[in-house]
Write a protein that binds this ligand. Structure first.
Ligand code: NAI
Length: 262
């Protein structure tokens, strides 16, 4: 029997941009890729927070493994400058993880809803488009195939009250992923999406433990919140050279939450 061909399950040497990488799932993702030998670009809003994650990674893997970039992902000119500086330093971009996100809870008739809508759509959805457009020429040229991983949410598949901008944006991320998977599939780039359930990160840090436990007991078959690294491993899987036929996949990482009827 002829031997099966074996795809590479290594991202060693790959250049990976992670947005929102100073906290939560983005930070865990940046660490995981660096641990697996990738060269990582840590993108976030504040210099101090970016520097902290860059220091953590370079302390383990050396300064050549990581670049920090202070950027608001809604800043289109800034995105262009970021991509230029990454390519100047490392010549390629192999993986883009669109992870940066915000959540503003407001009822639809609240006076501040229009601003919450604009900002949430800009950060959680439109920024993905700008990041993808800027990185695309390099992703198409990636030696082992470009990889885009968009971080949506279980709010991209279902809905909760009071966060309509967030839910609409995350549904948009799911649709964007599917559309670009079809558009770019023949151009050496895969596009996939992770939908995390409730995860212990900065975004959920203000929810009291008791409320988290109550929610998890009622809604999550695994009876707990997830941890950021449990999501990062899913993202890594989409980025592997071996994941070459995974395209347009919307993957829940939610402890089984969306499967549970009662
Ligand atoms: P987090 O708050 O710990 O991290 C988000 C990071 O994004 C922060 O470091 C923040 O500074 C950064 N960020 C926000 N706006 C930015 C901007 N305009 N430009 C650059 N960076 C920006 O939150 P978490 O939970 O790690 O969020 C990561 C992604 O996961 C988000 O897209 C979020 O919507 C999504 N998510 C989170 C869930 C949870 O339960 N924590 C559940 C489902 C999805």
């Amino acid at each position: 029997m002829s031997r099966l061909s074996v795809g590479s399950r290594s991202v060693a040497g790959k250049v990976v941009i992670v947005t929102g990488a100073a906290s939560g799932m983005g930070r865990a993702t940046a660490h995981l890729f660096a641990d697996e030998g990738a060269r990582v670009v840590v993108v976030d809003l504040a210099q101090g927070a970016v520097d902290r994650v860059v220091s953590e990674i370079s302390a383990v893997h050396g300064g050549e493994s990581v670049i920090g970039a202070v950027l608001d992902v809604t800043d289109v000119a800034g995105i262009g400058a970021l991509v230029a500086s990454v390519v100047d330093r490392w010549s390629t971009i192999d993986v883009l993880v669109n992870n940066a996100g915000i959540s503003i809870g407001l009822p639809i008739d609240h006076v501040n809803h229009p601003e919450a809508w604009d900002r949430t759509i800009a950060v959680n959805l439109t920024s993905h488009v700008h990041m993808i457009r800027a990185c695309l020429p390099y992703l198409k040229a990636s030696a082992t195939g470009g990889r885009i991983v968009n971080i949506a949410s279980t709010e991209g598949l279902g809905a909760s009250a009071m966060i309509s901008p967030y839910t609409a944006a995350k549904h948009g991320v799911v649709g964007l992923t599917r559309s670009l998977a079809v558009e770019l599939g023949a151009q050496n780039v895969t596009v996939n999406c992770v939908c995390p359930g409730p995860i212990n990160t900065g975004m959920t840090s203000t929810i009291p433990d008791e409320a988290k436990m109550k929610f998890a007991r009622r809604r999550v078959p695994m009876r707990r919140y997830g941890e950021p690294e449990e999501v990062a491993h899913g993202t890594l899987n989409f980025a592997l050279p071996a994941s070459s036929f995974m395209n347009g996949v919307i993957m829940q990482i939610d402890g089984g939450m969306l499967c549970q009827n009662t």
